[in-house]
Design a binder for this molecule. Sequence first.
Ligand code: T5A
Length: 209
Amino acid sequence: METSRGIFISIEGGEGAGKTTVLNAIRAYFEAQNCAVVCTREPGGTVVGERIRETLLATDQAIVPDAELLLMFASRAQLTQTLVLPALAEGKVVLTDRFTDASFAYQGGGRGLPVSKIEALENAFVGIRPDLTLLLDVGVAQGMARAQARGQQLDRIEQEQTDFFQNVRSAYLALAEQQPQRIKRIDASQSPEQVVSDVLAVLAAWQAG
Ligand code: T5A
């Protein structure tokens, strides 16, 4: 894995975990330190990536798990090479709403694809992991209730069944257990204010350490 001069942070979690609120709070935290901050998301974040995202989330076609995985990595390769690595090389803070851990959780845990396949793509086409990952952990029913309360049509992945999301959550928690230095679990069942407060405390401790 490459090392970089900037800081690379990802925010992960299941549906309705509250990543958007947390991302905005982290951006403000670093801007208060006069850091240049770049925010992005996956799938997406580039023109090509956003087109891939539309394909991935559209509800009119089934996508086989292998194709879904490859599309996630096509978007990720474009994002990594055109945005993440250049920004890190310039010393910026890069905040991303999801990165490769989401593929381990959704395509690995959710779809049941072998971890070895995902690792092979990560090594071949990404070659970098976040310095810090904040895993917003919330129960599946609570997260889906939040997502549904937005009143928008559910996308192709959001239309999956409860078992799928339980497996996604289990895979995320397993990643956090395996990589405790990098992945910090945050209790995202709490109020938005408490979640943000916990996230900022973890960030401060991480920066101090
Ligand atoms: N995917 C992605 C893969 O399968 N593999 C991959 O490799 C990658 C990168 C799109 C989909 O792609 C999949 C995962 C996804 O299914 P996405 O755009 O990140 O990824 O999609 P979502 O997870 O669906 O994003 P959401 O917008 O639903 O989730 P957020 O951002 O976590 O939630 P947010 O902040 O919009 O909050 C949802 C609602 O809950 C409220 C908010 O106000 C909002 O209305 N809320 C809270 N309510 C109460 N208490 C709190 N603490 C709250 N926090 C937020």
